[in-house]
Design a protein around this ligand. Structure first.
Ligand code: NAD
Ligand code: GLY
Length: 363
């Protein structure tokens, strides 16, 4: 049942292993170390669950592993926490060829990857994602970052891992709310480029929510295949990769506007995608039936389909910090149809405000 994919980036290509029991398999991880030393970056929730297992697998592979355990949460995706990684790297005399292993969800992966990009101008790193969201999205593709009080993921680097080890067994301990948040990014792939997968998701959402292993492996594999294809074609987001941000411009506004960690990233993406769908319908692209189908799938995943009452003006103010803004003009990911995303700057602020009001509380 275990599967392997490849992210094709020339000499920086790397495998994604997806399956069960991978954390305990030294043979999968051993070839990726230049030096027999690693620093595992994780957090206080994940450490008691998986740190010993990973450390002992590394030891079996002949790699001595130190660790740094960070505070847990989006609110800690900051310079201060990042600095704790640098402190640990320096205090334990890590060198440029020591490998950093990020063990955790997207927060740990994004921060660990950014630390690896900066430490001695770049050290090798491995992603061991333990949330659904990080297994289907954030561990693949090399976007690394921390937040700024004025905007999500504003400080960061493109820096690819050497290996992604997505062990589905780690999802056994993931809280339900986090599992559902991950489903928002899974649905995204169906919406922007994979209509067959969208239909599969419509039929299989109950299996995913029940954590059926076969369904989860299929969904992670198909999501990673979509992501790997997009990243291989446009690593640094000069075009197509921006499609992966469907719902994110509105979603990041929700996360920043509500305070980091109040809405989970996937929850904000869910509500944000419904605003993007509404706007796409106002522009004459999506039909009302398609819009209703999109709302139904997010509801089936038990995700929020309305944004919080920040007020349209505040949404738009926050959206101006989006990384897709070009020459001061906002570009959004919208939908021509289910399975066809488009990057467009044609929506006016008045149209955006109208869609926000239609799809947010207090609107
Ligand atoms: P997260 O990293 O905060 O993890 C969610 C929660 O689950 C945390 O409390 C974590 O400690 C806990 N957890 C993790 N694995 C667990 C397990 N196996 N069992 C029990 N608890 C576990 O959140 P996330 O949803 O994984 O990631 C969200 C972050 O990812 C955001 O910061 C977002 O900006 C970023 N992101 C980045 C990219 C990218 O391309 N780099 C893409 C999407 C999202
Ligand atoms: N999650 C968006 C990207 O990787 O481009």
């Amino acid at each position: 049942m275990n599967q392997t994919l490849n992210v094709a980036l020339g000499e920086r290509s790397y495998p994604i292993h997806i399956g069960t029991g991978l954390l305990a398999d030294p043979a999968l991880i051993q070839p990726f170390f230049k030096q027999r030393k690693a620093l595992i970056v994780t957090n206080e929730t994940i450490a008691p669950l998986y740190l010993d297992r990973l450390r002992s697998t590394l030891e079996t592979a002949g790699i001595s592993a130190l660790s740094v355990v960070l505070p847990d949460g989006e609110a800690f995706k900051t310079w201060e926490t990042l600095n704790q990684i640098f402190d640990a790297l320096l205090a334990s005399h890590c060198e440029r060829n020591t490998t950093l292993v990020a063990l955790g969800g997207g927060v740990i992966g994004d921060m660990g990857g950014f630390a690896a990009a900066c430490y001695q101008r770049g050290m090798p790193f491995i992603q061991v994602p333990t949330t659904l969201l990080s297994q289907v999205d954030s561990s693949v593709g090399g976007k690394t970052a921390i937040n700024h009080p004025l905007g999500k993921n504003m400080i960061g680097a493109f820096y690819q891992p050497r290996l992604v080890l997505a062990d589905i067994s780690t999802l056994d301990t993931l809280p339900n709310r986090e599992l559902k948040a991950g489903l928002a990014e899974v649905i995204k792939y169906g919406l922007i480029r994979d209509p067959e997968f969208f239909s599969w998701l419509e039929g299989n959402m109950p299996r995913l929510l029940a954590r059926d292993r076969e369904a989860l492996i299929y969904a992670v594999h198909r999501s990673c295949q979509n992501k790997a294809d997009v990243v291989a074609a446009d690593e640094r987001e000069t075009g197509e990769r921006a499609l992966l941000n469907l719902g994110h411009t509105f979603g990041h506004a929700i996360e920043t506007g509500m305070g980091y960690g109040v809405w989970l990233h996937g929850e904000a993406v869910s509500a944000g995608t419904l605003i993007a769908a509404e706007l796409s319908m106002h522009l004459g692209w999506l039909t009302a039936d398609d819009c209703a189908r999109i709302e139904r799938i997010f509801k089936a995943a038990d995700l929020p389909v309305r944004g919080p009452a920040l007020g349209a003006a505040r949404y738009i103010e926050l959206m101006r910090h989006d990384k897709k803004v070009q020459d001061g003009k906002m570009r959004l990911v919208l939908l021509k149809s289910i399975g066809q995303g488009v990057i467009s700057d044609i929506a006016t602020e008045a149209q955006m405000a109208e869609a926000i009001q239609a799809r947010c509380d207090g609107g």
